[in-house]
Design a binder for this molecule. Structure first.
Ligand code: GRF
Length: 217
């Protein structure tokens, strides 16, 4: 089966991008990264892509008068690269409804909480303030509302006594680095379907078990 062609959109550090790069270099992995796009020229992740020999492009939101124009430029770059799927990985710009609809069910995001809890920013500080015993991360299809959309993979991590947001973020990030490649693999293997109820169905018993893995075990 042909490998799924993927673009990754970043704004910064790019550690999730790195996890996807590391997965995609495996010859048996069913996806490949064709393009890394950033809205910031100083994004650390651009260096990671260059190191891996992946084409990069910077499209700055500052060069576009409106969000719609920025989105159109992004879309044009993605179309030109001929990608099947777009992975947001720490991409810090909100995408407009037209873009989201155009890439519907071909646009993924990773969020550092167990959605629908703690949408938005500062998830770890908010999880600590709420006193939750577990938090985690979610890979989901993107819908127009922020951090909303059908859930593909989640990983739970415990909140431990003495955690501050940095310690918790590091624990969650390690889970993110496993969850995103897993979600991409499930999609690339064509094992993911969005049911009429809007929920993700995963074909194959082991895949379903994988998708609720607990990285702390
Ligand atoms: C991750 O925590 C991700 O869940 C969130 O932004 C952060 C990006 O980190 N959306 P990195 O750039 O992948 O290291």
């Amino acid at each position: 089966m042909a490998r799924l062609k993927v673009a990754v959109l970043i704004s910064g550090r790019g550690s999730n991008l790195q996890a996807l790069i590391d997965a995609c270099v495996r010859r048996d992995f069913p996806a490949e990264i064709r393009l890394v796009l950033s809205n910031r020229s100083d994004a650390q992740g651009l260096g990671r892509a260059a190191q891996a020999g992946i084409p990069t492009q910077v499209i700055s939101h500052r060069d576009h008068a409106t969000r719609e124009e920025f989105d159109v430029a992004l879309d044009a770059a993605l179309q030109a690269a001929g990608v099947d799927l777009v992975c947001l990985a720490g991409f810090m710009r909100l995408l407009g409804e037209a873009f989201v609809e155009r890439w519907r069910d071909r646009l993924l995001n990773i969020h550092p909480s167990l959605l629908p809890a703690f949408r938005g920013l500062n998830t770890h500080a908010r999880a600590l303030a709420a006193g939750v015993r577990f938090t985690g991360c979610t890979v989901h299809f993107v819908r127009a509302a922020v951090d909303d959309g059908p859930i593909i993979v989640q990983a739970a991590v415990p909140v431990l006594p003495g955690d501050d947001s940095e310690a918790l973020a590091a624990r969650v990030l390690a889970a993110e680095h496993r969850a995103y490649p897993l979600a991409l693999r499930l999609i690339a293997e064509r094992r993911i379907r969005i049911g009429d109820d809007g929920r993700v169905e995963i074909r194959g018993a082991t895949a379903a078990a994988d998708a609720v893995f607990n990285p702390s075990t």
